[in-house]
Design a protein around this ligand. Structure first.
Ligand code: ATP
Length: 234
């Protein structure tokens, strides 16, 4: 579905991603784990068309990735950014509707709103509440639902568990598994390595801009190097 070859991305002289190659197959959950500053957000923003590569190629469904974010979104790649970035002064429902701004199939949008309330029942009681007044967990659910309203083929989730209590982390990540099982491919960036690896079909460990390990998620979770560096297991 998506293929990255030899990707480098720079901020001025700082090389945030160095020679990254990875493949995302359709229908999978692919996790990228790594510490603060490893380059996870840079990878996500590059795939969303918000940053341009210094070197390398990215192809989506066999064609080069477009260079503008709205074109990338139009092809079916949607980023749910780190720290959620909801429209704080719009209601929950308005935020969800904003997610569908490239669509004009009214019936489909109405059906998808209903599907979002089924996925995150708590949202239905909050439809007229301003997004800025929601709890962190509720905001994360709205951010994911807003992303899904564009009907993406590939959903990019940048640290959806950031700042959430453990129980909420679990319900958000359970929803991610559910979303994938309904046909949306997932690329998940997480510092919260344990769960992100356990739930991943394929996983990559990023360290200072390079991929240092890759393999099936549960296998990486068992890897002693990963356990020492990311899971706090000695
Ligand atoms: P975190 O989990 O803390 O968000 P991350 O893995 O997402 O980390 P990135 O945000 O992609 O990492 O950052 C990768 C590197 O690029 C870091 O060294 C960071 O300081 C640097 N960087 C990120 N954004 C910029 C920027 N706008 N200008 C300069 N350097 C940047």
């Amino acid at each position: 579905m998506l293929e990255i070859k030899g990707l480098s991305v720079k901020y001025g002289h700082i090389e945030a991603l160095r020679d990254i190659s990875l493949t995302i197959k359709p229908g999978r959950i692919v996790s990228v784990v790594g510490a603060n500053g490893a380059g996870k957000s840079t990878l996500m923003m590059t795939l969303a068309g918000a940053l341009l590569p210094a070197a390398g190629t990215i192809s989506f469904e066999g064609k080069p990735l477009p260079r503008r974010p709205h074109e990338v979104l139009g092809l079916g790649i949607c980023l749910v950014p780190e720290r959620r970035r909801l429209y704080a002064n719009l209601t929950v429902k308005e935020n969800l509707q904003m997610g569908a701004f490239l669509r004009n199939d009214k019936k489909g949008i109405a059906d998808d709103l209903e599907a979002m309330y089924a996925l995150f029942p708590v949202m239905k009681q909050r439809l007229t509440q301003y997004a800025g007044t929601l709890s962190g967990g509720e905001q994360q659910m709205v951010a994911i639902a807003r992303g899904l309203m564009s009907r993406p083929k590939l959903l990019l989730l940048d640290e959806p568990s950031l700042g959430l209590a453990p129980l909420l982390v679990e319900s958000v990540l359970d929803a991610v598994v559910d979303i994938c099982s309904r046909g949306t491919t997932i690329l998940l960036a997480e510092q919260n390595a344990n769960q992100a690896l356990e739930m991943a079909d394929d996983a990559f460990v990023l360290e200072t801009g390079r991929i240092v390990l890759s393999g099936p998620g549960p296998e990486l979770a068992e890897n002693p190097l990963v356990q020492q560096a990311y899971l706090g297991i000695k």
